[in-house]
Design a protein. Structure first.
Length: 409
């Protein structure tokens, strides 16, 4: 029965490209018109067919992790991208659409991330091992979207360009106090202190990140200008000239968006500027992937523009600029994925094969999502006063002398 159900689902789903499926009994069937991307998959047992029919998103990731869904590593991206593209164009079962919509409606309940739960969620992802992240990130350990001002840029240059682009939007002057919410391993904070003369306070909920950031500050001779704290942003009491937050809003959770921006409002000095860098949808609100929520980012949520805008509107802040970065995170993830695959011998010394397949699927699924759906990165520049920043964007692309900047700067 489940083979027939799955067969019918695939006939309705695959409306572009072609998917070849080898079933547990060795038979092979093809789905789709063949006018686009093509991929092949082998289903190893009857149990995974039932699970895919009942909970396709979760079962797809789990089945690949467990080896019950087999796709050669070099073909996994094509397979996932084909499914993501067709999910947006084809027809999923009515019950799936209803269940997905229900999860979206209940996101306000499921994502109540109080300080204790937030700490647990962050530690689930970031406290596994710094050594893993060093294998596929750039040297500065920037775990967020790079800025490919030139598509041919290296990952290292694109991450430096991202930090420079953000720094220009912050309009920093020497001696300013800067708060970095969700400071990661300290790269942004150290850059702002070293290159712009800022005094930076970075907060994180990850003990691993805290320890690494503190060591990096000491090694760089910046410990007197950069302070890192293991602290929830909601517990901060000081005010700052500038606030930056890169890749942290995704961990806040839908119910806390208004609380987050209200706190930014409270912490920002009257003449201050804030820059929030976050993944975002330019499509209607929905639910977090059940697989991502379970295995990668528990409690995470990618907001859409209307949700973020509504929260900002109620915060009392001026939204002085909004930029949507398209076509940057897909290439970033591709660099990470290629580096991860190249480092597999070292990864396997640290983790078992199930973890390897989980991490590979995570990187592939995220890259495919950015390339195949309406998901990008929002840059929200916020201030109390409309003239806190220049009234045109010219300053973002000029040096202090008014000369045009090179793309990689």
């Amino acid at each position: 029965m489940w083979n027939a159900v799955m067969d019918q689902m695939l006939r309705r789903l695959i409306v572009t490209g072609r998917l070849g499926v080898t079933w547990p009994d060795g038979s092979h069937r093809s789905y789709g018109p063949g006018d686009g991307p093509q991929a092949n998959v082998t289903l190893k047992d009857d149990g995974i067919i039932r699970e895919l029919a009942l909970r396709p998103v979760l079962a797809l990731g789990e089945g690949y992790m467990d080896g019950r869904i087999e796709v050669p590593p070099q073909e996994l991206y094509d397979f996932v991208a084909l499914l993501v593209r067709n999910q947006a164009q084809g027809r999923m079962p009515a019950w799936f659409n209803i269940a997905h919509a229900l999860r979206g409606w209940l996101r306000g309940v499921a994502q109540r991330n109080n300080p204790l739960r937030s700490a647990r969620n962050v530690q689930h992802h970031y406290d596994i091992s710094d050594d893993l992240y060093r294998l596929f990130l750039d040297a500065d350990m920037q775990y967020s979207c790079a800025y490919f001002a030139d598509p041919k840029m290296s990952l290292e240059d694109a991450q430096r360009a991202k930090k420079a682009h953000i720094a220009r939007k912050l309009h920093i002057e020497r001696g300013m106090r800067v708060l970095d919410i969700g400071c990661g391993w300290g790269g942004m904070a150290l850059t702002l202190a070293r290159d712009f003369g800022a005094r930076v306070t970075g907060v994180t909920l990850s003990e691993n990140q805290l320890a690494t950031a503190q060591k990096r500050a000491e090694a760089a001779g910046l410990a007197d200008r950069v302070e890192f704290r293991l602290l929830d942003y909601r517990k901060i009491g000081e005010r700052f000239d500038r606030i930056v937050s890169v890749g942290m809003l995704e961990h806040v959770g839908y119910p806390h968006l208004r609380e987050y921006f209200s706190k930014v409002n409270d912490l920002l000095e009257d003449d201050g500027i804030s820059l929030i860098h976050t993944i975002g949808h330019v499509s209607p609100p929905g639910a977090t992937s059940s697989w991502i929520d379970k295995y990668i980012f528990p409690g995470g949520y990618i907001p859409n523009l209307s949700e973020v805008s509504a929260a900002v509107e109620r915060s009392g802040l001026w939204c002085t600029d909004v930029e949507i970065l398209r076509g940057h995170y897909g290439p970033t993830l591709n660099h990470w994925r290629q580096r991860f695959e190249a480092a597999l011998p070292k990864v396997r010394e640290m983790y078992d094969e199930r973890f390897v397949r989980m991490w590979r699927f995570y990187l592939v699924a995220c890259e495919a999502t950015f390339e195949e759906t309406r998901q990008g990165v929002f840059h929200l520049q916020l201030a109390h006063k409309q003239y806190a920043v220049p009234t045109t964007r010219d300053y973002l692309y000029q040096d202090r002398h008014g000369h045009m900047l090179h793309a990689a700067q």
